[in-house]
Design a protein around this ligand. Sequence first.
Ligand code: NI
Length: 557
Amino acid sequence: MKKIVIDPVTRIEGHLRVEVEVDEGGVVREAYASGGLFRGIEIILKNRDPRDAGLLAGRICGVCTNSHFRAAVSSVEDAYGIELPKNAQIIRDLIAMALFIQDHVVHFYHLHSLDFVDVTSALQADAALALEEAKKYAKNPYASSLSHYEAVLLKLQNFVKAGRLGPFAYGYWGHSAYKLTPEQNLIIISHYLEALKFQTELSKAVAIFGGKTPHPQSIVVGGVTSVADMLNPQRLNDYIFSIKEAKEFVDNAYLSDMKLLAAAYRDEIKAGTGRGAGNFFSVGGYAFDATQQLFSSGVVYGHDFSKVEEFDESKITEEVDRAWYSADGEVCYTDLNDDGTLKTAKSDDKYSWIKAPRYNGEAMECGPLARVFVSYAKSNELIKPFVDEFLKDTDLELTDLSSSVGRNAARAIESAYICEYVFKLVSDLLQNIKHDDTQTWAKYEFEKLPHCAKGRAFFEVPRGVLSHFVSIKDQKIENYSVIAPTTWNASPKDRFGKRGAYEQALIGIKIKDTAKPLEVLRVIHSFDPCLACAVHVIDAKGVELGNYKIKSVSCMV
Ligand code: NI
């Protein structure tokens, strides 16, 4: 067995170390995903005013800022039993929808695409052939013209001539696992550069109702503060314009690039490269009315899409057997040898700051792929046509999406249907305003709220299921706990040795060159890791997550 350590994995948020053990044939037999960054935002939250929870929890991550902000405020609202006005609900959803698209686009192009795309190969491309190639995957390819591809080629050549590859430095260029033709490489790189400009447009969309981004500031306990923005037609128009721009990019670049990848990496997809155990869950959400919501909730085990169980939050547990905490929640770092050098993970060691959440005792995968699978299996009529069209155009089956390429395809599919349906939310908002409903805040008197309460919030956010749990005592936060999407996906093993989703997805992949483990990065990046989000301290008294289901309790907490 040979050990390969990638530390840190770059082009992600936060610090992740991945170790794999490969046999003589280069096949991965064991894997360890390790969150190497200790954070303690929950400690900072203790003894604070619950109304400040959102602003503080938003600082858990510099990327997922709005997701934590909203979940924290919602968990406090849940504790106090505060019902949101409909306008506030819609505005929060509009901020979230813009964030989903922005996050997905940045993830693929700027954090992940270079695991599939060889920049140096693109230098050999013929611009005229690239123009023809792009038409195979999109009816109206994005920014596609001879002069456009020639300009991108010139830019790449100038990078190389100057001896500075800039954002393209340090790639495994020329690796035999790259499969795209020079023209295909050129097409996706041209979209990489376009997406750099275009993602600012989507950030504007987040900021229109969020006040700013990152770290939007317009969500308060009981509602939102963006009243003037909601009543200003120009602001709504600006939002709609940004989403329309996004739709053009998603339909004619992002989705078509996924079809291109699906064709080029078909063997890898069919071999199930990057496929995990097949346990998926989604908490659903983003409702348009009583019957239609963007994402369905449910649980699927072992890729069996014929059976979808209802999601039940009381089945969530957390373990720390392989994480750097003692059983009673004390920090217990064990990663240094006696001489101060760093250990490598062993079958019996603790090796991560990330706890091991389990659902019904199983390690789960959450995120866009889980949402697509669960929603499809529950015949969600909004998403089904998008999935069916993708499968038809690529001649793939549903289970094929359970792969590294498939996780990316799920993000593009999700972006496309969010772009389509977000306008329904905008028109719901306009209808409300038209009927003179301009309320954006549920009035309450803080002093009259229960002095002790417990609450929680579950949300689907770009990377998967995010849950915040708060307990309040004497109007101060007594305890706080977070399980982020990456906590699920990057989980270490549990006491039974069951691997987390990253680890399981790495088992069985073949590495062509152990000095350049491109195949490992391809699998890990396909999950869109956010390690800053993933690491959360355990409550020293032991958090009983099931207890948080009770909305308001007496002071016997
Ligand atoms: Ni994050």
